[in-house]
Structure formats: structure tokens, C-alpha cells
Design a protein. Structure first.
Length: 114
């Protein structure tokens, strides 16, 4: 998913819940201008910001249709990654899993180049 398409989806969800950018920013503990830049595709949120936005909207990662790898969404890695991230019991555990999965993704990308 590109920054632009992520932003469009976020805007659609926000509007469907009758929230302004300011309201979402407040709920997520973010800056309203940052939310605007995410929605317009200027930025993609950091993982911490993404988690805050998802919590504010009562969503899970898979609800946003994020691709964690360059491979197909139905890949075993993608499915397992979502399962692992959603099983985290705390934000610290979630950050640990995310870091680990990013490293695994780099390894997969290197292997796929050969």
C-alpha cells in the first residue's frame, strides 16, 4: 500500500466515523497537521503513530490492508506477521515484534534478489 492510498483509506475511515482531523489527532495524541499530511500522502506514519491512530479508531492493523512485505498479501509471511503483531500483549512487545519482522523482511528481500 502506498502512502497515498493509505492516506485515502484513513481519511475515508475517519470521515465515516464523523471525525475531523483535529478530533482524530486529539484521540491519537498526534498533531492535526501530521494527520493531514498522512491523509494527503505526504507522510506515512511511524509505527508508533500508526498504532495510536488505529487505537483511536478501534481498528487492527489488517483493517488498513497494509502490506508488510513486497510479496503478495496472501503470502505466509504477511499472514503470520499480522498474526504476530496482533498477539502482542503490550506496546513494548508490539515494538519488539515489529522490529523483528522488519529485520526478517530485509532478509527475505535480500534472498529474493539472488
Amino acid at each position: 500500500m502506498s502512502k497515498d492510498s493509505f492516506g485515502k483509506k484513513l481519511k475515508q475511515i475517519r470521515k465515516s466515523r464523523n471525525l475531523t482531523q483535529a478530533q482524530l489527532a486529539e484521540l491519537a495524541g498526534a498533531n492535526e497537521k501530521h494527520i493531514s499530511k498522512i491523509e494527503t500522502g505526504v507522510y506515512f506514519p511511524t509505527y508508533k503513530t500508526l498504532v495510536k491512530i488505529l487505537k483511536a479508531l478501534n481498528l487492527k492493523i489488517e483493517d488498513m490492508d497494509l502490506e508488510l512485505t513486497s510479496t503478495q498479501k496472501n503470502s505466509i509471511f504477511y499472514a503470520k506477521s499480522l498474526q504476530i503483531l496482533n498477539s502482542a500483549g503490550s506496546e513494548t512487545e508490539l515494538e519488539y515484534y515489529y522490529g523483528f519482522l522488519k529485520q526478517a523482511q530485509k532478509g527475505i528481500n535480500i534472498l529474493n534478489q539472488k
